[in-house]
Design a protein around this ligand. Structure first.
Ligand code: KIV
Ligand code: ZN
Length: 510
């Protein structure tokens, strides 16, 4: 049997730190359910002291996970953070507190302004303080990738001596070269007493595009836990992508003497779900889950693949949930066919939810020759976005073109079931539409990003619009909308962003 590598997912903590990728509690629960389907070992559910929303997310994810996965909460090496994490994990079946401190010269001198001795003292204290609450304490040595080897040994030794069950070696700034990072892990394995009795984790960032390679070097040199996120989401350029490391381990199990227990068939669904909820698109050529990951366009490649798939394909698409179904859904398909296809895609819809998606499917099937899986996912996501919406779009009409002044008339329904219409001019159709919505919703914001992308191929494809808005405090909210008409998609996306902003304010007022 090869070594088991634990998969520690931090999509809901480090991933959520991506600008514009913030999720509310309900959205985090949807992602957490998918992480459980993926069968990850640990879910880092949030940073409880940072906000009431994060606290609540950790508490509810702990409840959801039961004893299927360890649920972890992040803290600084500060008592009140640890108290808050312990409180959020109070009823958790498998709780873990993740505490730690910066250890590089840059963090010690410029951020924390403390000596090495003080850092060691705080390391000992945060681990033993967390240990009063839970048995499973993970210690992170922030910016370990740029730290002095021997000082790092002393820090990790201190964490272990005080009861850490997991020691996390992050390359916080994504600075390291893979070979050197591997050497660092080996140095720790060779020089820290008792390290063989704890789990050694690697947490790598992608600033130089090497987060996956760094994590793999960690595994080769003794690490048995990888911290990662779906789609590689995370601070700045992101973290190690779960789908990449897990598939790399699966493809090279024997030479790495390593395996994971992840259900890889859930990857594509997880990727689309996280992308849809966060509004962070996945590039077409992204490894494993990108739209082109299994597409062959050159004649030579197509010829090879038709003769034998593995001439140009190292992974069976079905292994990551990307099996290409040829079932063609049309306007003549009934509820049963749609439900069946949705179930194959991993969506279990019943009753009103199914009726709503079926209605949207018929509208789309009337306009399109073929309805693809991506279209169906987009319709399901569109329905989910409308749940908990404070304002729902009832209608939008735009007139524009040369020499007209762009004009938008928007009708919205609020939660009190009142229907309000507003009409505005703008410099273009989108500007006019945003102004008309602003007139009704009246919430301060700046539209900072607008992107449109087609969901599938063909002139009749659904257009998916992603919009980012910033509130006066600088918080970023992402909205998405899809429709055959991109003006309608844009209206849905803008309204989705404002609904998220309003819901967030409501959640914080509680
Ligand atoms: O990148 C990092 O160092 C982190 C720690 C909090 C683990 O995210
Ligand atoms: Zn990180």
């Amino acid at each position: 049997m090869t070594r088991k590598i634990q998969i520690f997912d931090t999509t809901l903590r480090d991933g959520e730190q991506s600008p514009g990728a913030s999720m509310n509690t309900e959205e985090k629960l949807v992602v957490a359910r998918q992480l459980l389907r993926l069968n990850v070992d640990v879910i880092e559910a949030g940073f409880p002291i940072s906000s009431p929303g994060d606290f609540e997310s950790v508490r509810r994810i702990a409840e959801l996970a039961g004893d299927q996965a360890t649920v972890c909460a992040l803290t600084r090496a500060v008592e009140k953070d640890i108290d808050s994490a312990a409180d959020a994990l109070k009823y958790c079946k498998r709780p873990r507190i993740h505490t730690g401190i910066g250890v590089s010269p840059s963090h010690l001198q410029d951020k924390l302004r403390i000596s090495e001795e003080e850092c060691l003292k705080r390391t000992a204290h945060c681990v033993s303080y967390a240990k009063q609450y839970v048995e499973d304490v993970q210690f992170y040595a922030e910016d370990a990738g740029r730290s002095d080897y021997d000082f790092l040994v002393r820090v990790i030794q201190t964490a272990i001596d005080n009861g850490a069950t997991v020691v996390n070696i992050p390359d916080t700034t994504g600075y390291s070269l893979p070979e050197e990072f591997g050497r660092r892990i080996k140095y720790l394995m060779d020089n820290v007493d008792g390290i063989e009795n704890v789990t050694v984790a690697v947490h790598c960032h992608n600033d130089l595009g090497m987060a996956t390679a760094l994590a793999m070097e960690g595994v080769k040199n003794g690490a048995t836990q990888i911290e990662c996120t779906i789609n590689g989401l995370g601070e700045r350029a992101g973290n190690t992508a779960m789908e990449e490391v897990v598939m790399a381990i699966k493809m090279h199990e024997q030479e790495l003497d390593a395996h994971t227990d992840v259900n890889t068939r859930e990857f594509l669904k997880a990727s689309r779900l996280v992308s849809s909820i966060t509004g962070m698109s996945v590039q077409a050529n992204k490894a494993i889950v990108g739209a082109n990951a299994f597409a062959h366009s050159s004649g030579i490649h197509q010829d090879g693949v038709l003769k034998k798939r593995d001439t140009y394909e190292i992974i069976d698409p079905a292994d990551v949930g990307a099996g290409q179904s040829q079932i063609v859904l049309t306007a003549r398909s009934g509820h049963a066919a749609l439900k069946h296809r949705l179930e194959e895609l991993g969506y279990d819809l019943e009753g009103e939810a199914l009726d709503q998606v079926y209605g949207a499917f018929l509208d789309l099937a009337d306009k399109k020759k073929e309805v693809y899986d991506e279209d169906l996912e987009s319709l399901v996501n569109e329905r989910d976005r409308n749940e908990n919406a404070i304002y729902v779009l009832e209608g939008v009409q735009i007139s524009c073109g040369f020499p007209l002044t762009p004009t938008a008339t928007v009708t919205l329904r609020n939660q009190a079931d009142q229907v309000v219409t507003a009409c505005e001019f703008g410099t273009g159709p989108i500007d006019a539409m945003c102004k008309a919505i602003d007139k009704i919703v009246q919430v301060d914001n700046d539209l900072t990003e607008f992107a449109v992308q087609s969901v599938t191929r063909g002139i009749d494809a659904l257009g998916e619009v992603t919009i980012r808005v910033t509130d006066p405090e600088g918080a970023i909210y992402t909205g998405r909308g899809s429709d055959g008409d991109i003006v309608v998609s844009s209206t849905k996306a803008y309204l989705n962003a404002l609904n998220r902003l309003l819901n967030d304010k409501k959640e914080h007022r509680k």
